[in-house]
Design a protein around this ligand. Structure first.
Ligand code: FES
Length: 132
């Protein structure tokens, strides 16, 4: 695949892939339990470092009522939303709470948190976006 564009901007990645990788933050600036809000191709993305060092990238907007998740807390591999304390698993995007206390029919209506491809390379954190 030839380099395309990312939301109208030239793709900075020279790799032949479906994803356009953006370097967004030096890897040393995200320690365990930290959150950062970064801009990727014109859109905000939430970066999180889980307690075990795993890196995650997700929508910064809470699926419940759109609170800014960068003001939340990393808690047991999940993001705890600062507004109503819904918990979203940062490895799967799945809602953990209140899913765990809701009846099955209500739990099925809980939207997941969108996740993005993320990796570390050459001392940087990179977020992948689909080429357009
Ligand atoms: S806005 Fe995030 S839990 Fe309600």
């Amino acid at each position: 695949m030839t380099p395309g564009s990312c939301d109208g901007a030239p793709c900075p990645s020279s790799e032949p892939a479906d994803l356009c990788w953006h370097s967004v933050l030096p890897t040393a600036e995200l320690e365990p339990r930290m959150l950062r809000k970064v801009r990727v191709a014109g859109r905000y993305v939430l970066l999180a470092r889980l307690e075990d060092g795993t890196l995650a990238a997700a929508s910064v907007v809470c699926p419940h009522e759109a609170a800014d998740l960068s003001e939340g807390t990393v808690y047991m591999g999940a993001i705890d939303c600062p507004r109503h304390h819904y918990l979203y698993d940062l490895r799967t995007g799945r809602n953990r709470h209140p899913r765990d206390v809701y009846p099955a029919d209500l739990a099925a209506t809980l939207a997941p948190l969108p996740l993005y491809p993320v990796r570390e390379k050459d001392g940087w954190i990179w977020v992948g976006k689909q080429r357009v």
